[in-house]
Ligand binder design. Structure first.
Ligand SMILES: [Cu+2]
Length: 209
């Protein structure tokens, strides 16, 4: 590996080490995101974990409550219908690219989730706060879902294991582990192999005697 690519690798690792994943529960206790005010640094990942009912997450326009951001942003789609009692195994992850204030809301209109305060903010600043948006949402007619499907984040399948969430354990866990020997295939191994063979032969000879 060249010194330059080593440096790039080290820089990449340092960046990853600094970034954190921030879990946000969606609808776990009522029509709320928890937490609903988030401080995130550039590179951090917000992981939306969906609970009962059928919620979504849309990045919003600060100037018009419950409507999508006019550029960039993200939308999870309605891909997380969830039964009561445990979170959906799949999550929606959004990487934060800068520290500008972001607002997001749930666009579920059955129950008027956005209007009823199911919103959250990232890095609030100036007049862009949770309170200002919640107040504006109260007079929104309906919440708008982007018509283009999922964007601005990734759906990660099976990110949440039912065994680690502390929910009622009804899982039928089948062990799928296969004990495959790890093959390191290094030079030392290939040199050592004949030696091991010799030792084995010696042992065999001893046993025979
Ligand atoms: Cu909702």
């Amino acid at each position: 590996m060249s010194p330059l690519s080593s440096l790039i690798l080290i820089a990449g690792l340092a960046l990853q080490a600094g970034a954190v994943t921030i879990p946000v529960s969606v609808g776990k206790v009522g029509l709320v995101f928890d937490p609903n005010t988030i401080r995130a640094a550039q590179g951090d990942i917000i992981e939306f974990r969906f609970w009962a009912r059928n919620h979504s997450v849309v990045s919003g326009n600060w100037n018009q409550a419950c409507t999508p951001a006019t550029s960039a942003g993200f939308f999870s789609g309605f891909n997380f219908p969830t039964e009561a009692g445990a979170p959906n195994a799949n999550v929606f992850r959004v990487t934060i690219n800068d520290t500008n204030p972001i607002v997001f809301y749930c666009s579920q209109n059955t129950g008027s989730h956005c209007k009823n305060g199911m919103v959250g903010v990232v890095n609030p600043a100036g007049g862009n706060t949770l309170e200002s948006y919640v107040n504006a949402a109260k007079s929104a007619s309906t919440a708008v879902s982007p018509q283009v499907g999922v964007f601005g984040g990734v759906i990660v399948q099976g990110a949440i294991s039912p065994t680690t969430t502390g929910g009622s354990s009804t899982g039928t866990g089948t062990a799928t582990g296969t004990a495959t020997p790890t093959q390191t295939g290094n030079a030392a191994g290939t040199i050592a192999a004949p030696l091991v063979g010799l030792c084995a032969a010696g042992l065999a000879a001893l046993v025979l005697m």
